[in-house]
Design a protein around this ligand. Structure first.
Ligand code: SF4
Ligand code: SF4
Length: 305
C-alpha cells in the first residue's frame, strides 16, 4: 500500500510577495523552527502546533468568538478577548466568526494538491515578472516531505521555486532539497559561534557547514542577513560574514534585511519565551555603509529582500 501523501502545517500563504526571491511570488509559511531568534518577526512560525493569534486593537468586543467557541473560551477580561491556551484546541471556529480579523488561526493543514492549486493561480504574474513560489517559515525543511512533494509538482508545471532556510537541518534533507529547488535563500545570523548561540539558541557550526555543502552542489544561493542593532551589526562581525559568503561558490546575492520594530507587538502577542527583544530599525545611511562592506568583498548586495 502506498503511504498517505504528506500534508503541511501552514500559517500563512502570501500572494504578490516581492521580498522572498525574484519577481512576484507566493510565499508559503510553514510552522516549526529549530532556532529561537530573539528578534524573530514571524514568531507564530516557531511552534509546531496550530495556535490562535489575537490583535486586541482590532477587537470591537462583539462576542462572536465566544458564541462560536464550543467551550465558550474567549474572554474580554483583559480587553483582548484571549482564551486560556491550555484549554484551546486551536480549531479556528472563533477566528472564522470574528468579523474584524482580530482573531487569526496560525497553522492549518494543507495537502500538496491544495497548495499547488492555490499557488499556481498567480502563474501569469510569475511568468511576466520572473517570479514563482517560495517556501519559508518557520523552517520549511522541518516539514521536508511536504516541501519536497510541492517542489516536485511545481517544477513539473514549470514554476520557479525557492526555499528560504535557516540552515539548521539534516544534511541529507538539505541536499535532497538542493536537487529540487531552483533557488535557496540561506540565512546567516552571526559569524561567531558563541554569539550565534546566545542570540538564536544554537551554535552556527552545523549551519555554516551546511551552507558550504549546499554551495558545492547548487549554483543559485542568496545569502540573507538580518541586520539586528546590538546583536550582529558590529563591523567586525559583518566583515567576517562578508568574507565567509565571498569564499563560497554559488552565492549570487547578499540580501541585507534591516530589523523592523513591527515584529515587536507580534512577539508579545504570540508570547514565545525569550523573544522580547527591542531595538530601533537601522538608519538608511548605516544600511548603506553595511552594504559597502559586502560590496567590497565582491558580493552583489541588495538592501531588503
Ligand atoms: S480555537 Fe477553537 S477552542 Fe480555541 S478559543 Fe477558538 S473556538 Fe475555542
Ligand atoms: S469576534 Fe473578534 S471582534 Fe468580536 S469579540 Fe471576538 S475577537 Fe473581538
Amino acid at each position: 500500500m502506498n503511504p498517505a501523501p504528506p500534508t503541511g502545517l501552514v500559517f500563512d500563504v502570501q500572494r504578490f510577495s516581492v521580498h522572498d526571491g525574484p519577481g512576484i511570488r507566493t510565499t508559503v509559511f510553514l510552522k516549526g523552527c529549530p532556532l529561537a531568534c530573539r528578534w524573530c518577526h514571524n514568531p507564530e512560525g516557531m511552534r509546531t502546533a496550530p495556535e490562535i493569534l489575537v490583535t486586541p486593537d482590532r477587537c470591537i468586543a462583539c462576542g462572536a468568538c465566544v458564541d462560536a467557541c464550543p467551550h465558550g473560551l474567549p474572554s474580554g477580561i483583559d480587553g483582548g478577548w484571549a482564551e486560556p491556551k491550555e484549554r484551546c484546541e486551536a480549531c479556528g471556529l472563533c477566528a472564522d466568526a470574528c468579523p474584524t480579523g482580530a482573531r487569526r488561526l496560525a497553522g492549518w493543514a494543507m495537502t500538496v494538491e491544495g497548495l499547488v492549486d492555490q499557488a499556481t493561480r498567480d502563474r501569469v504574474f510569475y511568468e511576466q515578472s520572473g517570479g514563482g513560489v517560495t517556501f519559508s517559515g518557520g523552517e520549511p525543511l522541518s516539514q521536508a516531505e511536504f516541501v519536497f512533494a510541492c517542489l516536485e509538482s511545481l517544477s513539473e508545471l514549470g514554476v520557479h521555486t525557492a526555499v528560504d532556510t535557516c540552515g539548521l537541518v539534516d544534511r541529507e534533507v538539505l541536499l535532497r532539497a538542493a536537487g529540487l529547488a531552483d533557488l535557496f535563500l540561506f540565512d546567516i545570523k552571526h559569524a561567531d559561534e558563541v554569539s550565534h548561540a546566545e542570540w538564536v539558541g544554537a551554535p552556527n557550526d552545523r549551519i555554516l557547514a551546511n551552507l558550504e555543502a549546499l554551495a558545492a552542489v547548487h549554483t543559485a544561493i542568496w545569502v540573507r542577513i538580518p541586520v539586528i542593532p546590538g546583536a550582529n551589526d558590529d563591523t567586525e562581525n559583518l566583515r567576517r560574514t562578508a568574507a565567509l559568503a565571498a569564499s563560497l561558490p554559488g552565492i549570487l546575492q547578499v540580501s541585507l534585511l534591516p530589523y523592523h520594530e513591527l515584529g515587536e507587538d507580534k512577539r508579545e502577542r504570540v508570547g514565545v519565551p525569550g523573544t522580547t527583544f527591542r531595538a530601533q530599525s537601522p538608519a538608511a545611511d548605516r544600511m548603506r555603509d553595511i552594504a559597502t562592506i559586502f560590496e567590497e568583498a565582491g558580493l552583489l548586495t541588495v538592501i531588503g529582500g
